[in-house]
Design a protein around this ligand. Structure first.
Ligand code: AMP
Length: 301
């Protein structure tokens, strides 16, 4: 099945306790697509500026990502984000967010992108997510992410967007903030009341949990000791999960979703082993499958 993602396409500057990079290819849609393209053809929707060059397109195309719906804004600058990680790498501070070309972005999807059967609304302003959801009206499985910024400044719009998707994927802290509910299970049920049939809470190094009306499933993170830089791990998780679903023929039932979470978990574990998504640039499917097999020994799914 075809897969379309809308989200940020960015340059990131990141600092960890041991290293830094001042210009990494990043953005929620990019991290997502680099993972999802392991499983299914992925079309990326979003704007870039003059600073986004052939080198960046080549990274995406080498992974088979379809870049036809990346809109070049003449004279514009690509979205920029800067962050600094604490010694506890689960903690980070955002130092800078420059929306740049996203400020005036009005998504116009090509017919091929509109026809996607699986849609992911990666983290970006929720009005834009909704515009894309409305254009992709025939998607049979749509999921979305968001972040604390939009929960703070665009809560009503975010809730409207959540009402239009099948699956909400958030960090557990964001889920609690969205619903103003400190208990994860209660928070997930409040989110289910907004419309989706599946809520997935990402829990960083502890793994992730899936909550539906009739069940709960938890999966550990893949135990890796070699964490270099985790930017985009959440998007990579979503990319592995949604890519797996897009490649799946037949009904998306509980068993399929559990296996998809294992694929997301395996992909995310590679993301944290390098800066940005660099560790995934040359990754083969066999390496992902091997980690899923290891996860299967740790968690039943
Ligand atoms: P994650 O580590 O999964 O939260 O994703 C980090 C990625 O999200 C980075 O590559 C950033 O470029 C991107 N990002 C950060 N802030 C925003 C924002 N406000 N809207 C969209 N994307 C963002």
């Amino acid at each position: 099945m075809s897969l379309t993602v809308v989200g940020s396409i960015a340059f990131d500057a990141v600092e960890t306790q041991t290293g830094s990079r001042d210009r990494l290819l990043g953005g929620s849609a990019v991290h997502f697509a680099i993972a999802s393209s392991q499983f299914a053809e992925t079309r990326v929707v979003g704007p870039v500026g003059d600073d986004f060059g052939e080198g960046e397109y080549a990274i995406l195309r080498n992974r088979g990502v379809v870049t036809d719906d990346i809109e070049h804004v003449p004279g514009g600058k690509t979205f920029f984000w800067a962050g600094r990680y604490h010694r506890d790498i689960n903690q980070r501070d955002t130092l800078q967010t420059d929306l740049n070309v996203f400020e005036d972005f009005a998504p116009k999807l090509s017919d091929a992108s509109r026809a996607a059967e699986v849609l992911f609304l990666a983290n970006i302003q929720p009005d834009l997510q909704r515009e894309v959801r409305e254009q992709c009206s025939s998607a049979r499985f749509a999921a979305m992410d968001s972040m604390n910024l939009w929960i703070d400044i665009a809560h009503p719009s975010l809730v409207r967007t959540i009402g239009l998707v099948d699956c909400l994927i958030l960090n557990d802290g964001e889920l609690k903030q969205l619903t103003d509910e400190p208990n994860l299970i209660r928070a997930a049920h409040k989110a289910l009341d907004m419309g989706p049939r599946v809520v997935i809470a990402k829990q960083g190094e502890y793994g992730s949990a899936m909550i539906t009306r009739d069940g709960y499933f938890g999966i550990t993170a893949f135990p890796t000791a070699d964490i270099v830089e985790p930017t985009g791990a959440g998007d990579t998780f979503a990319g592995g999960l949604m890519g797996f679903l897009a490649a799946h023929e037949g009904e998306i039932d509980g068993g399929t979703l559990r296996r998809a979470m294992a694929y997301g978990t395996a992909c995310a574990s590679f993301n944290v082993e390098g800066f940005g998504s660099e560790r995934l640039y040359e990754l083969g499917r066999a390496e992902i499958d091997a980690r899923v097999a290891d996860l299967e020994q740790m968690t039943r799914f």
